[in-house]
Ligand binder design. Structure first.
Ligand code: ZN
Length: 458
């Protein structure tokens, strides 16, 4: 078995791993590099012959795991892309959105270059267009959890990873040996998705290490703080803005708002989800009972919607969204993007940040260089759409809603893989260093995978 990584090797984005086993060349994920200083990597050639790949195996629908699929197709890939049904549906929404954002960004830069406000070399072509996404989607083939897929010499099984809807880790078995590839693993404390199942014994394991160096805050502490902040904002009758990703975090927050409102721990405020993408993602969540904890499955079986707190409405059109700007009453507004780098949340921040009755509740990771990070770090003035805004609102950061495994979760998951060598991916180098030492103390060999380098596994 041989591994060559084309992404998420020393970074947490761009997941893309070529596995050669049983005479087959299989690509596990083909994600986009995201974040400061990394996006240029998306334009580099893949470190393998694209047309020679037999199949793509997708673990889940996050952009950093599917975002370069249309590029792969653009560069000549015509084979099948295997994924669970939910992953395919999520990928379709995410990829179309990504292609439109790239087109808009390209047009904006062109305009600025024409006006002399940006250098010509800042104007890069979009990585791919909506037409490339249309060429990619027909290559998808649905797979079921726990039902091995026979790929001529290699059996592949998708097993529940508990990270987001449809998420899986993969078990590959061929005459060369057995490999487990983790994809992204869920947080066992989360109470929306069921826990990841444990992998089978194997000869080598490829594991994500996003939070390999730390333990998450407990969910109970996270929720207590979240509810206290919402209750206080309600008492002051201000607008509560929750910047959030459309997938997973939005549904997680809606579920906890519902529980807290129904139990009377927070007042029943109107809740507005200002995101057409979140509306589509929530619909997918409502259709997929099997992926969830027994509590959520029971609600769905009773015909109750776990992701619908009392007073919920979706605002889909731009006009609905503008109406929210004029909100005077107390309401909770969820909108993207999660790191406040674009999207409708910017309009709401522009209108409400300078009001001291406003609360902004940050429930997700904020990368360096983003508006979200500046607000979390206590900026008193910020610039939004070219306008200076004074920050009078209260900014609250609630850690602990993570969809990722922490160090304890990773160690527990790795347990059944016994003495198999661990190949670490999807992590920052210092984090992988910490995790490697923890594994070494348990007598396990760990390798930090480097991009473009070939490894003989096992
Ligand atoms: Zn993910």
């Amino acid at each position: 078995m041989r591994l060559t990584s084309a992404g998420a090797a020393g970074t947490v984005t761009g997941s893309c791993h070529l596995i050669e086993t049983g005479g087959r060349r299989l690509l596990v994920d083909c994600g986009m590099f995201q974040g400061f200083g990394l996006t240029a990597l998306n334009r580099e050639p893949f470190p393998f012959d694209v047309a020679g790949i037999d199949a793509v195996l997708v673990t889940h629908g996050h952009l950093d795991h599917v975002g370069r699929l249309p590029l792969l197709v653009r560069r000549g890939y015509r084979g099948p892309i295997y994924a669970t049904r939910a992953t395919r549906e999520i990928a379709q929404i995410i990829l179309l959105d990504a292609s439109k954002l790239q087109m808009e960004d390209h047009e904006r830069r062109l305009r600025r270059a024409r006006e002399g406000r940006e250098g010509e070399n800042e104007v890069t072509e979009p990585l791919y267009l909506p037409g490339d996404v249309s060429n990619t989607m027909p290559l998808f083939r649905d797979v079921d959890f726990e039902r091995p897929l026979e790929l001529g010499g290699v059996n592949v099984t998708w097993r529940p990873a508990g990270h987001i809807l449809g998420s899986a880790f993969l078990e590959l078995a061929s005459a060369d040996g057995r490999l487990v590839a983790s994809g992204d693993l869920g947080n066992r404390e989360g109470d929306v998705h069921r826990d990841p199942v444990l992998p089978s014994p194997c000869d080598a394991v490829l594991v994500e290490t996003t939070y390999g160096d730390r333990s998450h805050r407990t969910l109970a502490a996270t929720l207590a703080e979240f509810e206290a902040v919402v209750a206080r904002a309600a008492a002051e009758c201000g607008v509560v803005l929750i910047p959030t990703f459309a997938l997973e975090r939005a549904q997680n927050v809606l579920y906890h708002l519902k529980l807290a409102m129904e139990a009377g721990r927070i007042p029943r405020l109107p809740v507005i989800v200002d995101s057409p993408m979140a509306a589509r993602m929530t619909r997918l969540y409502e259709e997929s009972a099997n992926d969830f904890t027994p509590e959520i499955q029971a609600l769905l079986a009773r015909g109750e919607d776990p992701f619908e707190p009392p007073g919920l409405s979706y605002s889909v059109t731009a006009e609905d969204s503008r109406r929210i700007n004029a909100l005077e009453e107390c309401a909770i507004v969820l909108a993207g993007s999660g790191m406040m780098t674009g999207g409708r949340i910017l309009h709401h921040l522009k209108h409400h940040l300078s009001n001291e009755a406003t609360s902004v509740i940050v429930v997700g990771y904020q990368a360096t260089g983003t508006l979200g990070r500046r607000l979390v770090d206590g900026a008193k003035r910020v610039k939004i759409h070219g306008r200076e805004i004074e920050v009078m609102a209260r900014i609250h950061t609630i850690n602990g809603f993570s969809a990722h495994a922490d160090q304890d979760d990773l160690l527990a998951w790795l347990e059944p893989t016994g003495g198999a060598p661990v190949y670490m991916v999807h992590g920052e180098p210092p984090v992988m260093g910490v995790f490697a030492r923890v594994l070494a103390a348990r007598g396990r060999e760990a390798v930090a995978v480097e991009r473009g380098r070939a490894y003989e596994l096992g």
